[in-house]
Design a protein around this ligand. Structure first.
Ligand code: PXL
Length: 279
């Protein structure tokens, strides 16, 4: 059996253009066989819809892993996003240990908040568990909110100093991951981007684009999916970061004229750009 597939582990928000409904089409369009492990099923995401349903799938995870083990199913890469509980982190950790091909790649997006606040349903103890879980990663992709909660650091929205960003990158690396990619970095008005740090080469990199004003839900998942796909396709940390930033900007550009489209971005319209870019 060909084992060159990725497993992405995050929730299914049935409506709302985030998590698995974003990761699956993006990774597939990048030519990567993608298996999924849903952590929960929600009627919508939690970022603005009222009265969403939530069905937790934690207790399904051990049997799913056992079945995959029996069938000798393996994964060459793992990408985790929205995970609901510390218990799930333990199961996911077991899956990574038991079902990886040699040279596995692990990308952890420690999804738990944005704009200085945790999402509904997350708390400080979970942030600490997620911080521990990050030790397993080749690359972690926190935004500045998530980094601040995991590292007991101050959250600063904009006008960052280089000293602040470098401190966040280096402190995040002490969680035990090999590479760190911080999103939401801004050294000057009108520019927004990412910072990268590779512990092996000690190299720090930056990539910025013009800031597009507004709040765009789900862009973290769009970014993380394209980044992971680019890494799996063999791009370097910095190249994968650029592709993912540019794709996310393109998805936002496809959305800004539609004022009613508040719950996500129209990443589908940007997929041709991504496919072309990777040729
Ligand atoms: O985009 C991150 C995300 C994923 N899954 C669910 C969410 C959110 C952000 O709010 O609510 C269920």
């Amino acid at each position: 059996m060909e084992q060159n597939r990725i497993l992405t582990i995050q929730d299914i928000s049935c409506v709302g253009q985030c998590s698995l409904t974003v990761a699956l089409p993006i990774l597939s369009s990048m030519g990567i066989e993608t298996a999924i492990l849903p952590t929960a099923i929600l009627s919508t995401h939690t970022g603005g819809f009222q009265g969403f349903t939530f069905h937790d799938l934690t207790d399904d995870m051990p049997a799913i892993m056992q079945h995959w083990q029996k069938e000798n199913i393996r994964f060459r890469a793992f990408y985790t996003g929205y995970v609901g509980s510390a218990k799930q982190l333990q199961y996911i950790s077991d899956i990574m240990d038991n079902l990886a091909t040699p040279g596995r790649l692990i990308v952890i997006d420690p999804v738990m908040g944005d704009k200085g606040k945790l999402y509904v349903g997350f708390d400080m103890p979970f942030a600490k568990q997620m911080a521990k879980f990050c030790a397993k990663a080749d690359v972690i992709l926190p935004n500045l909110t998530e980094a601040a909660f995991m590292l007991d650091e101050e959250y600063i929205e904009a006008n960052h100093t280089e000293e602040y960003i470098v401190r966040m990158l280096k402190k995040a690396a002490t969680l035990g991951c090999k590479k760190v990619l911080l999103t939401g970095v801004s050294f000057e008005d009108g520019k927004l981007g990412v910072a990268t740090y590779d512990t092996e080469t000690q190299k720090i990199g930056y990539y910025f684009r013009e800031r597009i004003d507004g709040m765009f839900h789900g862009t973290g998942d769009v970014f993380a999916s394209a980044f992971t796909g680019a890494m799996v396709r063999g791009l370097s940390l910095e190249e994968a970061a650029k592709v993912a930033v540019d794709f996310t900007v393109e998805a936002i550009r496809q959305t800004i004229d539609d004022k009613d489209h508040w719950y996500g971005v129209k990443f589908e319209k940007a997929i041709p750009y991504l496919v072309e870019r990777l040729k």
